[in-house]
Write a protein that binds this ligand. Structure first.
Ligand code: 2BA
Length: 109
């Protein structure tokens, strides 16, 4: 079994969860915050049988699109150094940031 952790845009999260559930995947949805932009995103975790990992990844890749995002808050790690600490920053946020990890044990009690 693998654990898929997918960080996705909030706008894609609802449809993605619905689609994964319809395809038989169990999903947990977490409201998260990106460290750089300090704005909300969604993290999905799903325990997936090895042979179904590619199917799940395919669904995520199909549904999640990259977005341009602008923040007017000083992003993390950018030194202010003066008066203008708040300025627009435009970045392309990826369709999804995905980690696939081995699961040692999967237990339900
Ligand atoms: P954030 O950390 O808010 O980053 C949002 C976007 O800002 C990133 O999109 C990237 O385009 C840009 N960015 C991030 N750090 C930057 C920096 N130091 N300098 C310039 N631009 C920077 P993505 O790379 O698609 O990441 C989207 C979200 O996925 C991230 O939100 C974060 O929540 C998560 N993420 C990405 N890589 C990760 C990693 N290695 N570990 C954990 N979470 C990660």
């Amino acid at each position: 079994m693998k654990l898929i952790i997918a960080i996705v845009h909030d706008d894609d999260a609802g449809y993605l969860v619905d689609t994964l559930m319809e395809e038989g995947f169990s999903v947990t949805k977490l409201a998260t915050t990106g460290g750089f932009l300090r704005s909300g995103n969604t993290t999905l975790i799903s325990g997936v049988e090895d042979e179904k990992v590619d199917t799940a990844l395919g669904i995520i890749e199909k549904i999640c699109h990259s977005h341009e995002q602008v923040t007017t808050t000083a992003p993390a790690g950018v030194p202010s150094g003066g008066v203008f600490t708040h300025y627009p920053v435009k970045v392309t946020v990826g369709g999804a940031t995905i980690f696939v990890m081995d699961v040692d044990r999967f237990i339900k009690v």
